[in-house]
Design a protein around this ligand. Sequence first.
Ligand code: SF4
Length: 699
Amino acid sequence: LTENSIIEQGIPEHTVITTCAYCGVGCGFRAGVKGEQVVRMTPWKAGKANEGHACVKGRFAFGYATHPDRITSPMIRDRIDQPWRSVSWDAAVRFAAEKFRNIQQQHGRNSIGAITSSRCTNEEVYLVQKLVRAGFGNNNVDTCARVCHSPTGFGLKTTLGESAGTQTFASVEKTDVAIVMGANPTEAHPVFGSRLKKRLRQGAKLIVIDPRQIELVNAPHIRADYHLPVNPGANVAVLNAMAHVIVSENLHDAAFIASRCERQAFADWRAFIADPGQSPEALAEATGVDPALLREAARLYATAGNGAIYYGLGVTEHSQGSTAVMAIANLAMLTGNLGREGVGVNPMRGQNNVQGSCDMGSFPHELPGYRHIADPATRALFETDWQVQLDPEPGMRIPNMFDAAVDGEFRGLYCQGEDVAQSDPNTQHIEAALGALECLVVQDIFLNETAKFAHVFLPGASFLEKDGTFINAERRISRVRRVMTPLAGKADWEATMAFANALGCDMDYRHPGEIMAEIARLTPTFEGVSYALLDEVGSLQWPCNQDAPLGTPTMHVNEFVRGQGYFALTEYLPTDERANRRFPLLLTTGRILSQYNVGAQTRRTHNSTWHGEDVLEIHAHDAQERGISDGDWVGIQSRVGTTVLHAKISGRVKPGVIYTTFHHPVSGANVVTTDNSDWATNCPEYKVTAVQVSRVSEP
Ligand code: SF4
């Protein structure tokens, strides 16, 4: 795609300020509109997340919104082997509601549930969880954050008291040492990646902890000071070893710990971490990292002034994802790197609204604002406002829903904006679960892989067709503004409301601003948020309330949200997903700049020409052993499935580790990923799969 092809689409007649719908940086854009068509996306100079910058996805990859594959009419069918029938919205939601009510009558209240999406607005996610709790009468609601950053929620809430990143992106401008762990900012969060590079060019130091040499390891002029090529699955061991060095060499911030952290918890943790078994040397076989290098990196982080940690799915998507997040928080508390600019714990959220979808109460155990459903006072607040009785029992998580579907106990699913058949691990198991459902309602802009199993298809709206808000990785609430009429006649919040009312609810919102007013009324951290204020100031970082009427750029300044910081014990436990003679290589996965997640949007733009397929990176040593040459087709076999990709001989991975992306359904990386998941949250262990690779003639 070139500038010319954009210009050919026409000169905008007017512009509308909105927010990118791709990654968690949340860049502000001016959408240039001609008639009913967006012809240009120009980065918004006043956007605080991007300050006039943008990456190729936000800038150019918006054409999917009017792609011919868009479905613009609701559709129904009794069985999935029948053709779709286009029907009115009213007929579609009545059909779905009748099926869901019949299922509940026959199989009980808990036999239905919903999955919502981080691609949707806060208002849409809020409505889905309200529909489930008030309309379905259970708490079987989950979000796709389950499969990415749920360990962040658990880990940061446990240690610091709030399920969110601690800083602004701008904070990096005061960072002296950055740790980038299990994240690839220049590919997955490019505008932040550029900001980080700028800081590195100014002299800040960089430690990369990743099994693979990401671009930042060897980027021109900013080569990382340390690259710790951790074995997939051994993050906790690396973090513990770093903490061991800092404690044993007395590099910790004793004054910070004494004044800000729980005394007994620190004493217990210190006794654990000081044990020689936690040293870099003792853990070297597990980590795969040179102990001397690890020691130097730990010293650098502990002593160089402002230390900030940026981490991504390479931390969370493990059987010890939550433990690793807590180990990261431990490191930050240990060194006093919290509560001011330039420091902190910064989860790099993959999708545009991961933070928001979690904030909105889309987990089965939490109402909006991360308040537990079992808490009577919180329940009473929502019960009074919604005029319903709420179930105090937490509902099913996504994997529980799928397991129960296979067992015949879960029979109706409303799936909004999420292609679980492609994005969730162990595709075979997901397809068996979806195929067992009596009624699957899919709401999406395209007939995705999941829709193959659907009985009702509710056409979704792209971000250009609706009003609402997204919340980025720095807790920044930004407006999404409608620039086109919804192609199917309804925005997603209107479709959910219609479905809810067909089920007997009484929702009567005329604009998403009214939904945000309800969120603010019921959620202390959003108390001061309104569309009027957002229009006035551009964006706000929560908490936004009486104490912080213009939001909170840095969290935990004088005390932690939980009061005293909590050092959690973070024992390293190897994953069950071990390499052995049959499956001797460890597969890990990631993203590429020009594509986005399952590729449903970016593959329908000109971007696809830049990355037409997922390929397998393999070290020359492993390739040679298997007679594999660059460009060969290779079969990848794991304990659960097999897929075929082109091989690329690469020095970015070390022997024993292979890597691919997951943007294309044909290659289907998740055909081989397993059901292993984080012990605390069930976040799948996408990042470690033991596999065998062999050369094949054709797919
Ligand atoms: Fe969109 Fe992320 Fe690119 Fe910004 S960095 S333009 S939010 S994809």
